[in-house]
Design a protein. Structure first.
Ligand code: SF4
Length: 303
């Protein structure tokens, strides 16, 4: 058995799963727990295996984020990565991703290996699809390099860079809140938060995510909401949107998180130990989300 503890937390992605389908939420956060352990029940291992699949769009977003993060990390230590160099890294990751996904050795255990959701579920990714995906990734990276945002970041002294980290967390009324912010920096009295997008997310989701970032900055750094600006840079369409933050938005966010945590905890049999009720207590919400659900095989009984 693992020594890790399945601790309760809240994050935007967890919230998204909870809203989509309670059974999916159960599989992702409870049913898959410890599935990386070879001694676990076969069903748990299978759920964990499915949890680690990524759709081609999600995976593409991940590799674009990884390359931009690498470029910024290098810049932080004074090394400038040219666009052609960054592009070469991106193409290598892209090809490797397709090779990895085709290998039989994917087990879901190795966090570095990857398999497409499409591959697992027999959905063809044609040569044309692959070409289009690479074109999109290259466009996103080029847009980033040519953007005013990147220019501003380059001109900003490193002492004013704040975050360039994967997983951040803060305590909210005794619960851990996780978030992942792409970049943040100081500009005079202000804090500017950035998020790179590569897909077609809805504006309502941006609001939730950015307000959560602002809540983090306000709680951790004691910055007043009026001095926080959040920006979404949609790399595929080369468009930046600015979201103003204010006290009311932060209060609404707190209320939202508080209510959602209460609902999530109502599905626990032991709140202290984060032990979930039985699987059947998490209703299947069959419909729109099933077609792109990682857990379809296990949910339908096919596995
Ligand atoms: S297949 Fe549908 S009902 Fe089953 S877990 Fe996924 S989204 Fe929920």
């Amino acid at each position: 058995m693992t020594d890790f503890k399945n601790e309760f937390s809240w994050s935007k992605s967890r919230d998204g799963l909870f809203n989509e389908c309670k059974r999916k939420y159960f599989f992702n956060h409870y049913g898959s727990w410890n599935g990386w352990d070879h001694n676990e029940l076969d069903r748990t291992k299978r759920i964990y295996y499915l949890k680690k699949l990524n759709t081609k769009e999600i995976w593409l977003g991940q590799i674009i984020h990884e390359v931009i993060k690498y470029v910024l990390n290098q810049l932080r230590i004074g090394k400038i990565i040219s666009l052609s160099h960054a592009m070469a890294i991106l193409r290598k990751k892209f090809e490797e991703g397709f090779i990895q996904s085709s290998l039989k050795r994917y087990t879901g255990f190795n966090s570095k290996s990857h398999k497409f959701f499409e591959k697992e579920y027999g959905i063809d990714i044609s040569k044309e699809d692959k070409k289009e995906l690479l074109k999109k990734a290259e466009l996103c990276l080029t847009n980033f390099y040519n953007s005013d945002t990147f220019m501003t970041i380059r001109k900003t002294s490193i002492e004013n860079w704040i975050f360039l980290e994967d997983f951040l967390n803060f305590d909210f009324e005794g619960n851990k809140i996780f978030l992942s912010m792409d970049f943040a920096m100081k500009e005079g009295d202000k804090i500017i938060l950035y998020d790179w997008k590569t897909g077609q997310e809805r504006t309502a989701d941006f609001d939730l995510q950015l307000t959560c970032y602002a809540l983090y900055v306000s709680e951790k750094l004691g910055v007043s909401p009026e001095n926080i600006t959040a920006k979404i840079f949609n790399l595929s369409i080369n468009k930046e949107d600015v979201f103003e933050i204010n006290k009311e938005k932060l209060e609404d966010m707190k209320k939202y998180i508080r209510e959602k945590i209460k609902l999530m905890k109502s599905l626990l049999v032991n709140i202290e130990e984060n032990v979930a009720k039985e699987e059947k207590e998490f209703p299947k919400e069959e419909g729109f989300y099933c077609s792109r659900c990682n857990f379809k095989k296990i949910c339908s009984g096919e596995w």
